[in-house]
Design a protein around this ligand. Structure first.
Ligand code: PEP
Ligand code: MG
Length: 324
């Protein structure tokens, strides 16, 4: 099936209306990196750093972490790689971490919460990222940011470490961007100051959707109950994009839904211009985007919303059937 899309590799994901959506890939292990060339991804929109920690029997040392980050940037050959800091806790339990017996781990002590409370691990990771970058551009992103002060603290830690590295004789990154994942509805309503200071926002749809619908993404009984094309959810996504646009804050979407063609089409119609997905999805998503006019898709979505439908999926499927 991948051969079918090979001819698209060098072509942009340009919709019939002329809009270009930039497609990036999600990665987390060294083995993913060859796909950066073969998939036609413009870069790595989400590099899940916790995977290196999950496959070890103890915390990887700073030099090991830095070596991995450096190799990833090497294989990216100048393409942008967004490194997400450790997202542990919840469904990602480190074998060498004392299990915290939490009744609701997804809403518990995880990701940036754990990072800010255990600064040592977070500082070591940030130092490793700075050393791995070794003078190249560096993009760091924090997971599960729920309010402005968490982002400000984490951002300060990055800049403090960057200054300290330089004072120790290490070379500063050519540029340093600090972003946040938007995975909790609260962050969408953060003060304007958040959107002004954050360098970029990436919507983590897997978590955002579970918190929006209060439906556990790990629970088979409820995880497929709410459609991503649900009118309330799409409206919410549209509002986030509008808010980011108003502040000129770059916004992308990196949850699994970005890799599902119809979902990717609707997310693009809601204004997203940057999607990050598993490498194998880039071809199919590009193929569909290139056959559609996003203004028409948006009109179908708006009509479906106005009609009182619960999901825009039937209307979109019908439109696709008639137009393709
Ligand atoms: C997400 O929540 O959408 C996301 C990309 O992060 P993860 O799936 O690793 O939680
Ligand atoms: Mg997440």
């Amino acid at each position: 099936a991948q051969e079918k899309y090979a001819t698209l590799r060098e072509l942009p994901a340009q919709a019939l209306c002329g809009t270009i959506v930039s497609l990036h890939m999600n990665a987390g292990l060294m083995a993913d990196l060859p796909s950066l060339v073969s998939s036609g991804a413009e870069g790595v929109g989400l590099y899940r750093t916790e995977l290196q920690f999950l496959v070890r029997s103890k915390v990887p040392r700073r030099a090991e972490q830095a070596a991995l980050y450096s190799r990833i940037l090497d294989s990216g050959r100048g393409k942008r790689v967004v490194f997400r800091t450790l997202d542990i806790g919840s469904d990602k339990v480190l074998p060498y971490m004392r299990p915290t017996d939490e009744p609701n781990p997804a809403m518990g002590w995880r990701a940036i919460r754990l990072g800010l409370d255990r600064r040592g691990v977070m500082r070591m990771q940030v130092q490793s990222l700075l050393r791995g970058a070794n003078g190249r551009p560096l993009s760091v992103m924090f997971p599960m940011v729920a309010q402005l002060d968490e982002f400000l603290e984490a951002r300060k830690l990055v800049f403090d470490e960057a200054a300290r590295e330089v004072s120790m004789g290490h070379v500063a990154p050519q540029s340093l961007e600090v972003g946040a994942m938007l995975e909790t509805p609260s962050l969408a309503f953060a003060p304007d100051a958040f959107f002004e200071i954050v360098d970029f926002v990436s919507i983590g749809g897997n978590d955002l959707k579970q918190f929006f619908f209060a439906a556990d993404r790990e629970n088979e009984r409820v995880r497929r109950r709410y459609d991503t094309l649900n009118v309330s959810y799409l409206t919410f996504i549209g509002q986030i994009v509008e808010r980011c646009d108003r502040h000129d804050t770059p916004v992308s979407f990196c949850g699994e839904d970005a890799g599902r063609p119809i979902e990717a089409l609707c997310l693009s119609a809601m204004g997203l211009r940057n999607l990050s997905m598993r490498p194998a999805s880039i071809g199919p998503v590009k193929h569909l985007l290139r056959r559609c006019d996003l203004d028409e898709v948006r009109a179908v979505i708006d009509d479906a919303c106005a009609s009182g439908a619960q999901s825009v999926r039937p209307a979109i499927e019908d439109w696709l059937y008639r137009n393709n």
